[in-house]
Design a protein around this ligand. Structure first.
Ligand code: LMR
Length: 396
């Protein structure tokens, strides 16, 4: 029966890492997958995570099952981190489930939407994370796109985005990147989020916020402004949270799905649904990363140390944005100042797919096929080489 299967093409993001590994050039630069890199080009485990991990392992006396919705301490801590310590004033309206990473949270949220309305369409930004469409589509959601980014001007298509949302049928789910938009790095400001929240509320749309990079744009609170503004405006909201990047625990698969409902009774129904759906998807989420994050966030000294290190990571990314924008503008004679205005790990260079291949083959600079680069892969040591290579490629 398996002979009916056909070969799949490489993953647009993970395929870049695989190609990079094979390149033997000492000059190769990986601007592919979205992982943070430090001054030494390494992806470190933050100090506080290491300490929390050691303490957690020393204190752990059993590895028996928790439940399909995971560790309640972790769920409450991460919900507060994202929604604000007052949980947007709606603690009893919340249903929470720990998930295998942010992807698991997206998958579980999609399953909930399909259970609520089979055949529903979710509206995603154009462009969006390369894995959003297959991930949500495989869960059974139809996919529609709303205008988001103008690749000619490197700016938000805000008016078109807003008017498209304003014309959607009531009840439509809308996927929004809470901060650090992937792949463009182009975020909404507070005024724009407020306008979006007003449309979502008036049109009775269902926002589904993907929060994968909290703390890596500006800081923990400013990056969560989108969620807090929308949570105060609408009755129902889903948030998929990833702890992969801000806690540096990528492979531990640690995430949360938070569902804000219209009251405590629907919250209890949704909570039961999340448990049942998780049971059929992965039965129980992996414990380790969530136990570490729970311990870290509940101890003030560890929490403070983590916040300091996270703030350093965000500052470093923003410093690298300036460095790259200036060097690229100088090398190409074109204006790349827009890279400085974007946030998070990504920006998308105006390159055709052939130019992306040329950057790789002629200059050993690796990026996603759509021209998305991981800013954290830039360093003072490689920026001149990267800028010169990209400027050369842009002439072709
Ligand atoms: C990315 O967009 O590079 C990250 O979210 C990692 C991934 O799984 O694609």
């Amino acid at each position: 029966m398996l002979e009916t299967l056909t070969r799949v093409p490489p993953d647009p993001i993970l395929g870049v890492s695989a190609a990079f590994q094979k390149d033997e050039s000492p000059d190769k630069v990986d601007l592919g997958v979205g992982v943070y890199k430090d001054e030494a080009g390494k992806t470190p485990v933050p100090r506080a995570v290491k300490r929390a991990e050691q303490e957690m392992l020393a204190a752990q006396s059993s590895k028996t099952y928790l439940s399909p919705i995971g560790n309640p301490g972790f769920n409450a801590q991460v919900a507060a981190l994202t929604l604000g310590s007052d949980l947007a004033g709606r603690k009893s309206d919340l249903a929470l489930a720990q998930t295998p990473g942010g992807s698991g949270a997206l998958r579980l949220g999609a399953a909930l939407l399909v259970a609520a309305k089979p055949g529903a369409a979710i509206h995603v930004s154009d462009p969006t994370w390369a894995n959003h469409i297959p991930l949500l589509g495989n869960a059974g959601l139809q996919i529609e796109k709303y205008p988001y980014y103008n690749a000619s001007t490197n700016t938000l298509e805000f008016e078109r985005m807003l008017s498209t949302l304003d014309a959607l049928p009531a009840g439509s789910p809308v996927l929004l990147h809470a901060c650090c938009h992937n792949p463009t790095g182009q975020d909404l400001d507070v005024g724009q989020w407020t306008a979006v929240a007003e449309v979502l509320a008036r049109r009775r749309l269902l926002p589904f916020l993907d929060m994968a990079y909290q703390g890596l744009g500006e800081d923990l609170d400013r990056d969560a402004a989108s969620i807090r503004i929308i949570a105060r405006a609408v009755p129902e909201l889903l948030v998929a949270v990833s702890c992969s990047k801000n806690f540096g625990i990528y492979r531990e698969r640690t995430g949360l799905l938070a569902v804000l409902t219209a009251g405590s009774e629907p919250a209890s129904i949704v909570s039961g649904q999340l448990g049942r759906l998780a049971r059929t998807l992965w039965s129980m989420p992996p414990d380790h990363g969530a136990a570490v994050v729970d311990r870290l966030l509940s101890q003030p000294d560890l929490r403070q140390d983590w916040m300091t290190e996270l703030q350093h990571m965000a500052h470093r990314i923003n410093f690298l944005r300036t460095l790259l924008a200036d060097r690229l503008s100088a090398a190409s004679g074109r204006d790349f100042g827009w890279i400085k205005r974007q946030r998070g790990m990504f920006s998308r260079l105006p390159l055709a797919p052939e130019q992306v291949i040329l950057a790789r083959d002629a200059h050993h600079v690796y990026m996603a096929p759509d021209g998305r680069i991981n800013i954290a892969g830039i360093s003072p040591a490689n920026v001149e080489r990267v800028a010169a290579g990209l400027a050369e490629v842009m002439k072709q």
